[in-house]
Design a protein around this ligand. Sequence first.
Ligand code: ADQ
Length: 475
Amino acid sequence: MSGSEGSAFVVVANRLPVDRIVAEDGRTTEWRRSPGGLVTALQPVLQAAEKGTWIGWSGDSSHIDPFTLDDMRLHPIPLDDEELRNYYEGFSNASLWPLYHDAVEQPIFRRRWWTSYERVNARFAERAASVAARGAVVWVQDYQLQLVPAMLRRLRPDVRIGFFLHIPFPPVELFMQLPRRLEILHGLLGADVIGFQQPLGAQNFLRLTRHLLDMKPKGHSVMVDDREVKVESFPISIDTASVEELAASEKVTRRAKEIRAELGDPRNIILGVDRLDYTKGIEHRLKAYRELLSEGRLAVPETVMVQVATPSRERVEHYRTLRSSVEREVGRINGDFGQVGLPAIHYLHQSYDRAELAALYRVADVMVVTPLRDGMNLVAKEYVSSRPDGDGALVLSEFTGAASDLKQAYQVNPHDLDEVKAGLLRAIQAPESDRRKRMRAMRRHLRGHDVKHWARGFLTALGVPETATAYNSGK
Ligand code: ADQ
């Protein structure tokens, strides 16, 4: 349906913003909002756009017709088992993900994964080409779809193409390890704007164009034939107003009180919320907590930790290993320091709805976010904006994108265990006035730098006319 009746604004992402839930009778299905940073950030953008379409994997292999939900046109793309193994679990999550996160786990490369990555990228590009109206804006998301910009440009030279990378972009020396590195680079350069979370990612990319392609980047752009490609950073954020509103709601306030009581009304509640991913530094923070307990600098039941770890990529080997080691460590901490009915750590390997997460943020005296590398980290931002009482303390890894925005957090190097321990103690023992001052500054920053600010910044760089999306015009 290309041409005038197509969509003026198209998002292309690996996943749709919803998961398909099949009821027990095996016949009826419903769609539920899926967890994850990308969805949290993009759903409000697309909902605000007129005639917006989201193209993404439905979560299974069946062909599903496009449908409309919550003001969005959704176009499900099927992936078969082989594609799931090779494109998704293989090249995307066992090669690219670790490599782009500073190789904190050894990236694995297999030749057969590449063919699948190429084929799936082509399928997304073809679908985007078929739904985009003449002159439409197509915004491609993340590391799974790095070939789409160039593929789409070949099919539809009339559309404006943006690409945003949600994860870090590695330094040249690391990127050079990647088999098919030239194809990836050419794929990305098909976009008009390539966006990164941090200035460092943009710099790494520009350096690479010089190193691998002998290009001559100038300032924030590089010329590809006669076309200018802008390469800039756009730090992503949260829908601050709605996070604040939810956290202050009566339901969440009530639930927060219940949770504190259920935890035995401890003096210090330490909270971690992450996808169960080896980049998030979960093991490092557990070790720091265990050492503080064993040295008697923290004690149960006065202090309790809650670690929520959303199930993630459970068929990828690295993730299975991580899960066992986190569960072993949790067992060890509880075995050594728990008492009957009073565990030292509550470990929840589950997904929660937004209200339950908000209630957890509200009771957390200390939020601990210790990734070894993270593009941004929205959890840190959600915590800060979920404290209508103005209190709370954030311990934050300096290797997250969020560390550049949330400068008043208690920042730590997660690789330095003593520093993590000192950061935790500092946050727990900080005078109330210090905690409040820091939180106030961070909350103010997030009000001025929310997800709309991010989207507007990117779309303006892409030269999107204000009428194309209501979001861009700030309505
Ligand atoms: P993620 O690695 O998924 O995102 P993050 O930015 O922290 O990490 O976003 C996680 C999101 O999932 C948050 O909105 C959080 O509320 C939600 N979530 C976490 N645990 C949950 C649970 N148990 N139940 C329900 N929801 C849960 C990637 C990059 C990040 C980048 C984002 C956005 O890795 O660096 O910040 O994309 O660009």
